[in-house]
Design a protein around this ligand. Structure first.
Ligand code: ADP
Length: 258
């Protein structure tokens, strides 16, 4: 397709030792810049603000208090964007920070404004929009009035909004398995899913790492939104972001939801 959204998860961006995975970010910048130069419209949805903030502030455990999470995210978001900006500058690209909230769904004016911004940014030759939820404004994980819930669903909503052909979701696992491979060692990769039925939902276990958040449950919710809009989503491992080139050239990679 000509318009793609890429979502990168915390577990891909942050190493187990709390250090940011610069190699992944540099490669992501290379791949997305190349696609952009090829004339594709590219939007990146990036998690990682809390994880990066924890590293910057020297915090070991993800804070439980929402206000603390918001503060840590605010620190991490600035650091993360600086790192992305440097990485993309190598390829002559600048990054555009788009911090959004559920308002873009609930309020027509906000919806129009964000659509205009996306449109304008995508028409530029050298700007890559990087989207995240505005953590300091959204109140709590449970407050559905303001919060998307997580970046998995946010990335699906963005894919719907900008009418992209494809959402590529990069995680720390090769795709969707018949069960959580951390718990069920002989679980197998499912290469194609056309419907999110109760069996599939039951196969989604918890999250894998101390930094990961939604696990597969939120990825399935995202996939549901994608299927509802007749769009496609590929879930795969982000450890080598040039896998995006393989996906776009039609190789069977990870799990295809279509
Ligand atoms: P991210 O930070 O990329 O959003 P998460 O840690 O939230 O990643 O989710 C990925 C994790 O989900 C995997 O590492 C895996 O442990 C877990 N998981 C649970 N159930 C499944 C399943 N059925 N197939 C694949 N992974 C699963």
């Amino acid at each position: 397709g000509d318009r793609i959204v890429v979502k990168v998860g915390t577990s891909t961006l942050i190493r187990q030792n709390s250090k940011i995975n610069l190699e992944v970010i540099k490669e992501l910048a290379h791949v997305l810049s190349t696609l952009k130069k090829d004339g594709k419209d590219v939007v990146l949805v990036s998690s990682g603000a809390i994880g990066v903030g924890m590293g910057v502030l020297g915090i070991d455990k993800r804070p439980i208090k929402i206000s603390k999470q918001q503060a840590v995210a605010a620190v991490g978001q600035a650091e993360l964007m600086q790192i992305y900006n440097e990485a993309f500058h190598e390829y002559g690209m600048s990054v555009a920070q788009m911090l959004i909230t559920r308002d873009i769904i609930d309020y027509p004016e906000s919806h129009t404004n964000v659509m205009n911004s996306f449109q304008e940014l995508m028409s530029m030759d050298n700007a890559i929009p990087i989207v995240n939820e505005n953590d300091t404004v959204t109140v709590s994980e449970l407050d559905h009035h303001t919060k998307f819930g997580d970046n998995d669903q946010l990335s699906a909503i963005v894919t719907n909004l900008v009418d992209a052909d494809l959402l590529i979701m990069l995680s720390d696992i090769d795709g969707f398995y018949s069960a959580n491979p951390l718990k069920v060692p002989d679980a197998h990769l499912i290469d194609s899913i056309n419907k999110i039925n109760p069996d599939i939902i039951a196969a989604a276990g918890g999250h894998g790492t101390k930094y990961g958040t939604g696990g597969m449950t939120t990825k399935l919710k995202a996939a549901e939104l994608i299927l509802k809009h007749n769009q496609q989503m590929v879930l795969t491992n982000g450890k080598n972001p040039d896998v995006i080139f393989n996906i776009l050239s039609g190789d069977a990679v990870g799990t295809l939801f279509s």
